[in-house]
Design a protein around this ligand. Sequence first.
Ligand SMILES: O[C@@H]1[C@@H](O)[C@H](O[C@@H]2CO[C@@H](O[C@@H]3CO[C@@H](O[C@@H]4CO[C@@H](O)[C@H](O)[C@H]4O)[C@H](O)[C@H]3O)[C@H](O)[C@H]2O)OC[C@H]1O
Length: 418
Amino acid sequence: MVQLKKITLVLASVLPQWVYGAGLHASAVAKGKLYFGSATDNGELTDAAYLAQLSNTDDFGQITPGNAQKVSEANFPGFWRKTDCIQWDSIEPTQGTFSYTKGDVIADLAAKNGQKLRCHTLVWHSQLPNWVSSGTWTNETLIAAMKNHITNVVTHYKGKCYAWDVVNEALNEDGTYRTNIFYQTIGEAYLPIAFATAAAADPDVKLYYNDYNIESSGSKSTGAQQIIKLVQQYGAKIDGVGLQAHLIVGSTPSQSAQATNLAAFAALGVDIAYTELDIRMTLPSTAALLAQQSTDYKNTVAACVANTKCVGVTIWDYTDKYSWVPSVFSGQGAALPWDENLAKKPAYDGILSALGGTASAGTTTTAATVVTTTTTASSGTTTGVALYGQCGGSGWTGGTTCASGSCKVFNQWYSQCL
Ligand SMILES: O[C@@H]1[C@@H](O)[C@H](O[C@@H]2CO[C@@H](O[C@@H]3CO[C@@H](O[C@@H]4CO[C@@H](O)[C@H](O)[C@H]4O)[C@H](O)[C@H]3O)[C@H](O)[C@H]2O)OC[C@H]1O
């Protein structure tokens, strides 16, 4: 089966598109978009079948490092986190020392494949090292530290990124500013200062404000529009808004609701991108849920297609095998267009049809396989999986010591005793 898939991928890359039909990226480009893309993570790249599909530029013309240019401990308290990812607490774990190893791997992969790189992210309340989040700052010293961080990182990746998510998630749900160390110390000026600093370091890269729950009109979307106006009023460069679009099957905003929202952003003169699209469901998946998911993907991608300022869509990884969703939203998953076995789901055809393509023959129409892998803890150990996670603590490579329950493996980063 794996062998067959490999042969299919090789054939698809050498035969003309009319034999296999255009994939997601090729179809997006045919619709006037710049790309269709996927996020990825370093640990997944050792999976040869996964890497082959990620590198299939018929489907993916763009990649985003899901973690390699940042870090996240705050969202996952109690989980062990790899220390060599690249955000403030690994890119700059102590003030003034920078490390780019993981991010460079993904930047090099994008360059080798001829894929655009969306770089993510420079200023975010999450995944901050203690020296930033618990430091004693004045307005002046934190501005200097933030500018130094942005300048170093953007300069390092200069010429390699198509776009940077300069500030991520600065808003509360009601559209007010989220309280974080930057807002508390500097006030709203941290936003234009961050954009101006990034622009100075790489005048050619596109600079985005990125957030979730801004995919339809409402207080938070209005707040994001205010941020764009604020940065513009300061005279700093802001090129686009990123709609993360971590959506839910059956609750995804309609195409017309998304269109109205996109029009409001477009009226401000900025580009728009769907930057982290996934559409999760309560497990187990069923044929009905997969069909609804396909419709939800179709409506979302169609909204982008219909707006000339919307440049492209990125899914937050492409396969349920490596989705972040089950590790964060308990009991939910199956959020991506490829299932755990890297087979296309109905969502793939939903996206393709929004992009004007024709359905692919290989799409599975039945319920996806279970998203999480449960390993037994009867003897206190698991075998065969090289993972890091909570089950066995730091540096875990397969053993588990769950006091109760068994070790559920969510992806290559996380596991939990449930
Ligand atoms: O491996 C994972 C990474 O994949 C992960 O990447 C981040 C995921 O999304 C972005 O941040 C999250 C966005 O969603 C928020 O939850 C929302 C709460 O409201 C709901 O209505 C909505 O549906 C949800 O999406 C999370 O609280 C945010 O953290 C962020 O931009 C990505 O970098 O990062 C953690 C890694 O372990």
